[in-house]
Ligand binder design. Structure first.
Ligand code: OAD
Length: 235
């Protein structure tokens, strides 16, 4: 069985990382135009760095929860049975990898990498972003930005994701509000190619009507139960 899983901020909520659109979510406390757009970075790079430095610091404290561990188990379990998991995440945290997932497609980039806004060079970096440092590749100063996808930018790895959706027998969206495209359209893309679809979320998402099935509750509870059932059915 070929499975594509798309995760969002809800999968990391119980690891202490804030979601975006819930009450008290990040976008109720910060103006996304200011901190998550190329224009905001051009206007005030210090503000953007402060936002992502706080998220890097918070991320360093976070540990994977049972939902991340269950998805790593799904990857290994499907591989043992001749199947395949394509794990796509909108999250910029490294918690899927820390739980043992081997291959994770970070479509919105990763907080654990820095990029030069000038030449596009990317390097691993979990420390604070700094405007006074020079790019190791081109030597430009003041061009450091996180290697995350901002509004108005194209998500990463879209061709690979489309290929996996076209081959999928099952598509699951976990802990995502279905408010951001193109990720919100993956369910339709998978369905158009004949996959069954399920959402696992705290509550029905904006996109719930598009799915064949829904399982609702905290990710730390519903995801392990769903993975156990899926692997049992494949045994
Ligand atoms: P959102 O904050 O939009 O949605 C999080 C979803 O997780 C909501 O539907 C919640 O109900 C659900 N949720 C919250 N706690 C949960 C829990 N414990 N268990 C299960 N579900 C839970 O986050 P995303 O959908 O990930 O993009 O947002 C998508 C993109 O919008 C992000 O990648 C980010 C943001 O702006 C960029 O920054 C480019």
């Amino acid at each position: 069985m070929r499975v594509v899983v798309l995760t969002g901020a809800g999968v990391s909520a119980e690891s202490g990382l804030g979601t975006f659109r819930d009450k008290d979510g990040l976008w109720s406390r910060y103006d996304l135009e200011e901190v998550a757009t190329p224009e905001g970075f051009a206007r005030d790079p210090h503000k953007v760095h402060a936002f992502y430095n706080a998220r890097r610091a918070q991320g360093a404290e976070a540990r994977p929860n049972p939902a991340h561990h269950a998805l790593a188990r799904l990857e290994a379990g499907l591989a043992e049975r001749g199947g395949e998991l394509t794990l796509v995440t909108q999250n910029v945290d490294p918690l899927h990898e820390e739980a043992g997932a081997r291959r994770v497609i970070h479509m919105h980039g990763s907080l654990a990498r820095t990029r030069c806004a000038g030449c596009g060079a990317v390097w691993p970096d979990r420390g604070p972003l700094a405007l006074e440092r020079a790019c190791p590749e081109c030597g430009a100063v003041g061009t450091e930005r996180p290697d995350v996808v901002w509004f108005g930018e194209v998500p990463q790895h879209l061709d690979e994701i489309s290929g996996a959706l076209a081959r999928a027998d099952l598509f699951a969206a976990i802990g995502t509000s279905g408010a951001v495209w193109p990720a919100a359209g993956f369910v339709l893309e998978a369905q158009a190619h004949g996959a069954r679809t399920v959402e696992l979320n705290l509550e029905a998402s904006d996109n719930a009507a598009a799915f064949d099935d829904g399982r609702y509750g905290p990710a730390s509870v519903v995801v392990p139960a769903w993975v156990d059932q899926l692997l049992k059915e494949q045994a």
